[in-house]
Design a protein around this ligand. Structure first.
Ligand code: AMP
Length: 210
């Protein structure tokens, strides 16, 4: 099954995608993680997109689409995946529908005021990508991932400028994607304001148990 998770940065998409992936065995594909790997490896593509990612902006969307689709092809994921962070524009949604039409599109809905706190308190595992919150979901040992033992870091794009930019970028670029799926009667919106466990129950009901 192909599942798309939509939501503002900090809405909990990444956390929910990891939980759903563990339950279903479907691979979790985060376009942001794919881009961050390319940047870390200093590939030509990584160097090209680095400044956009640091500012929290949408980069060259055609190129990014090719890279994400290349990843799906290479790993033979075409029959099923959980996509997190893609599509982020109507262009990307159109391409996705053409090649890998999703069975479920879920919007995790969270108001703007919660987002800033969640992003500025977010810690991400450098090894497995697990996500923590300094106050509400702290690791058992400070700075160390509970799942894999690797170091926890603040993402370099969780900086003040990117955090400021993100709500507007969501409204301009991602909201039209949400509207597109809603207009096509293909959107399931769930409330993302409660605890990760509570949100997960609703997500499961909206996807695999439906
Ligand atoms: P995320 O991990 O989803 O928060 O993404 C981190 C950053 O990567 C975003 O702020 C964008 O700069 C970039 N990015 C991730 N996914 C996409 C995408 N589908 N299209 C364009 N840029 C993206």
């Amino acid at each position: 099954m192909r599942i798309v998770l939509l939501g503002k940065p900090g809405s909990g998409k990444g956390t929910q995608a990891v939980m759903l992936s563990e339950k279903t065995g479907l691979p979790h594909l985060s376009s942001g993680a794919i881009l961050r790997d390319e940047i870390r490896e200093r590939t030509p593509f990584g160097l090209r997109i680095e400044e956009y990612v640091l500012r929290g902006e949408i980069g060259p969307q055609e190129l990014i689409t090719d890279v994400v689709f290349g990843h799906i092809e290479r790993k033979r994921y075409a029959s099923g995946f959980i996509l997190d962070g893609f599509p982020r524009t109507v262009y990307q949604a159109e391409k996705l529908d053409e090649q890998y039409r999703p069975a479920r599109c879920v919007l995790i809905d969270v108001p703007d005021d919660l987002i800033v706190d969640r992003i500025s308190q977010r810690l991400t595992c450098a090894g497995c990508g697990a996500i923590y919150h300094r106050a509400f979901r702290p690791p058992s040992a400070p700075g160390v991932c509970d799942s894999c033992g690797a170091e926890l870091r603040q993402r370099s794009d969780d900086n003040a400028e990117a955090i400021r930019n993100r709500p507007e970028i969501f409204r301009n670029d991602v909201q039209p994607v949400v509207d597109r799926y809603r207009d096509a009667n293909h959107l399931i919106a769930i409330d993302g304001t409660s605890s990760p466990g509570e949100v997960y129950k609703t997500l499961e009901a909206a996807t695999i148990s439906r």
